[in-house]
Write a protein that binds this ligand. Sequence first.
Ligand code: ASP
Ligand code: MG
Length: 401
Amino acid sequence: MAVLVQKYGGSSVADVERIGKVADRVVAAKREGWDVVVVVSAMGKATDELLALAAGVAEKARAVSDRAKEAPRRELDMLVSTGERVTMSLLSIAIAGRGEEAISFTGSQSGILTNDRHFDARIIEVRPHRIEDELARGKIVIVAGYQGMSYRREITTLGRGGSDTTAVALAAALGATRCEIYSDVDGVYSADPRVCADARHLPEIDLATLSEMSEAGAKVLNAQAVEWARKSKVALHARKTSDPLARAGEAVRETVASAETRTSVRAIVGLDRVALVSGPSIEAFLGEAARLELPLLDVHVGPHASLATIPLLNLPDWTARRAEIAPALGQASLTHDHALVSVVGDGLLGSGGLARMAEALRGAGIAPAMRSGHALRLSALVPRASREAAERALHAAFVAP
Ligand code: ASP
Ligand code: MG
């Protein structure tokens, strides 16, 4: 039997009506003859709302105790993992209502095993026996994305946007024929189409480029998901949920991301909320960062000047971490109201890209705090408030001149 994995993002399951539309699509795929596994995100902005609730409770505690702390990561995982469980059961009910048999599973029931890092756990292994058993019984299997279980039997979550990772890791473990990722955009663009009106749709992309884009902030596919696709050779079809039902040969606008394609695309991506550590020496800081398992993106260590950037997206306890690293900073400084904007593509560094980047940003009245060049990416740190303007300026200079 051929396994089809479909993943639906939060906006695709935001309300009862949209859950019904997803159920229609899932049932149609089942009736075409596929073994269907559906991975769902939390409804709409449910994850943000749960996190705001936790922050509110922690904030109230600060008013009554001077020892109050930010919400513990473990408890955040217990809380936010419920978001996807709401969706999985509702979708299963919607499918049952349409006369097909469905069963929902949490991440741990699906055999998603992770390390013991809360809030941004990594999948170590997938043992999808229960899913396989239910598929063999003819059922549609619905899986709560974004979550797993650590080897200590703790509930973990996979970092923001982690439902993609669940979908790709499951597709790999099940030997799926197809993996479709549905969201409110019809694939990968040369920039965020909500920011750059002239962003170009990319029908095909290679996974090395896509991986670089995701690491540097592209939200269309989660970085860990792209990594799983690279390891397992699963091709990803990124599509828009509102597109008409079409699989058998009909034209659907999508992006196919696979290890086989060799594309040379250029794209602009932005990462909001990035901290910068810079100074004559950052060795002590790097030691502390390793101990605290801080995610680092760019790190440069030189004889006179060094720097490191820290994406804050998956650091719900940044205030506490910041206090912990303070003593290790020495003469280095820590600033944190930055965004990172990047141009992703081949051969940018050798062709004077960094100078062109500075010029484009200057033209938009933006002074970057630092720039860096890599094999597949040029990046600049800009003030958070200038991120979108910077993305537009770079798109005009590098993609659509
Ligand atoms: N609901 C989670 C989030 O908003 C995971 C996901 O959407 O993939 O980050
Ligand atoms: Mg979500």
